[in-house]
Design a protein around this ligand. Structure first.
Ligand code: ZN
Length: 540
């Protein structure tokens, strides 16, 4: 980076010398005098700068890809002036947990995110990333896109690449291979190591093995971010494990999409937050991210089958389901999970988000599916329906089993930032979780404006400077001269999420302009043709 800047500078010097030599200096000067001082000025804003400080009135000027001036009134010439008429000017939102990997290539505008004010997406969460990362980054570099994008390196993907989905410890040689893959990921520019210890094969990983790999990420300045082993009955043990991995691995650690699953566990956020506070008090750099919904989303198989039943590949799982004794054991566990965990005690709480093999199932709940199969919608029959779904190739699901009190308590915590856990859907296709369309707008509408759970400035901090600080993005996330010009302009009285669980394909409203690297990507209700998004790499 420094080299390129240096080269540009010497090139510029050379041009000046050539111009002077050829007697063109006066021409160049007069041309300079005619070109405007700034490329773009946003006038009459309420500036919420991302730091958490109260808003103030001001104008903001952009030149190239950078913010160059913020003042009460900017009067110098500008290529373009937008009067924002008292709306909020905030840093573009940074989403630290997205599943944008395939969607970004199908919808490079990431319109569902941009319309929420999001300007940076971080991929590779939950232990799942491309391994190696370099070819993925190369494809992203070649892709004209509206938003910035970066990635973690995934522990589960690294383990799968070396020892597959087997439930066993690695040999010394395999462990060395995994270390090397994490190191390569960090050298390629990952922001840290993600894990999904709830999923196969993450769930087969002993804590010490995770620590071993987290240490490698830490050496390169990365963080550890984890979809924990258990977000239901074992939530406290899981938070302790996440803290221990940061503490013993010597790197910042983050509980991702923190939630408490299952009515039997509701209320435990008081204890999980106390654990985080205690860890921070003794010097462990532990933080949280969260999406503002009382339902989660993942595959039916991952959510409703015990981990041991998911070991190995598809054939092994199918064979277990074919064996009557093993099937009965799996079903007992699935019934328990529907009763006490992701099902929240009622098959209606489990809604199909999408199935490749039968698109008509999207939007139906597990009670509906039981009925479609000619059975009564009991928990037992819903478990049977879930196994039938897995046998047929699986579906993604939405699980209503989180309560509002836990959600708000976690949101209020100063060490909690916002992350969507969403994807880039194809508009109108399947029945995704509304978080992909609504997360950031929903925080501003429901939890700032309606319920006053947190202030506007605090919400913006949780969406901008805080994730930027976590990722080590030192030139984004705050509105200050010298920072990259990633900006969201919105009306705080009108901003809202429109996507619902019933009708998820609805863009957020009330965001009026979005600027990425100094270029307007969204205004007057539509995406512009500009694609100024960059691939972001961890700076070491
Ligand atoms: Zn997750």
């Amino acid at each position: 980076m420094g080299q390129i800047v240096g080269r540009n500078r010497s090139l510029r010097k050379l041009i000046v010398i050539v111009l002077v030599g050829s007697g063109f200096l006066s021409f160049a000067q007069s041309k300079n005098a005619q070109s405007p001082t700034f490329d773009l000025v946003l006038k009459n804003g309420r500036i919420v700068d991302g730091s958490g400080s109260p808003w103030y009135r001001g104008d903001l000027a952009i030149r190239g890809d950078a913010i160059v001036k913020i003042a009460a009134s900017i009067t110098e010439s500008a290529g373009r002036v937008i009067d924002v008429e008292g709306q909020v000017i905030a840093p573009g939102f940074i989403d630290i947990h997205t599943h944008a990997r395939s969607g970004i290539f199908q919808v490079p505008t990431a319109e569902n995110y941009v319309r929420q004010g999001v300007t940076t997406l971080i991929e590779g969460p939950d232990g799942s990333s491309p391994v190696p990362l370099k070819p993925f980054f190369d494809r992203l570099e070649a892709l004209p896109k509206s938003v910035n994008i970066g990635s973690f390196i995934g522990q589960g993907a690294v383990r799968a690449a070396v020892i597959g989905n087997a439930n066993r410890q690695p040999t010394a040689e395999e462990l060395e291979k995994m270390r090397a893959l994490v190191e390569q990921g960090m050298k390629d520019g990952a922001f840290g190591l993600s894990s999904g210890l709830f999923y196969v094969p993450g769930t087969f990983t002993p804590t010490d093995e995770v620590i071993d790999l987290a240490r490698v990420a830490g050496r390169f300045g990365g963080i550890y971010i984890s979809h924990m082993r258990d977000e239901a009955a074992g939530i406290l043990e899981s938070v302790k494990e996440t803290i221990a991995i940061g503490e013993r691995g010597g790197l910042p650690t983050q509980v991702t999409h923190h939630k408490i699953i299952g009515p039997a566990n509701w209320g435990k956020s008081a204890d999980t937050l106390r654990l985080i506070d205690e860890a921070r008090a003794r010097g462990v750099d532990a933080t949280i991210d969260q999406y503002p919904y009382t339902a989660s989303s993942t595959s039916i198989q991952a959510a409703l089958l015990p981990a041991w039943a998911q070991e190995g590949g598809r054939t092994e799982i199918q064979n277990r389901l074919k064996d009557p004794a093993t099937r009965a054991k799996i079903k007992t566990e699935t019934i328990r999970i529907i009763k006490n965990e992701r099902g929240g005690g009622d098959p209606k709480n489990i809604v199909i988000a999408g199935c490749g093999w039968d698109k008509s199932l999207a939007g139906k709940n597990l009670a509906d599916v039981a009925r479609l199969r000619g059975t009564e919608p009991t928990i037992e029959n819903a478990a049977e329906a879930a196994l039938w779904i897995v046998e047929n190739g699986g579906c993604s699901g939405i699980f209503h089993a989180i309560n509002e009190t836990d959600l708000e308590r976690i949101l209020r915590h100063p060490a909690t930032m916002i992350g969507s856990d969403g994807e880039i859907p194809i508009f109108g296709q399947a029945h995704p979780h509304p978080r992909s369309y609504g997360t950031f707008a929903r925080v501003l509408a429901v939890y700032v404006r309606e319920r006053r759970t947190i202030s506007l400035e605090e919400a913006v901090r949780k969406m901008s400077s805080f994730p930027a600080q976590r990722l080590g993005l030192q030139d984004r996330g705050v509105l200050r001269p010298g920072m990259r010009a990633d900006i969201a302009v919105f009306d705080p009285a009108r901003v809202r999420d429109a996507a619902t669980f019933e009708r998820p394909h609805q863009y957020a409203e009330g965001i009026s302009s979005v600027i990425v690297n100094g270029i307007v990507v969204f205004e007057r209700g539509a995406m512009t043709p500009s694609r100024p998004g960059k691939v972001l790499y961890k700076r070491q």
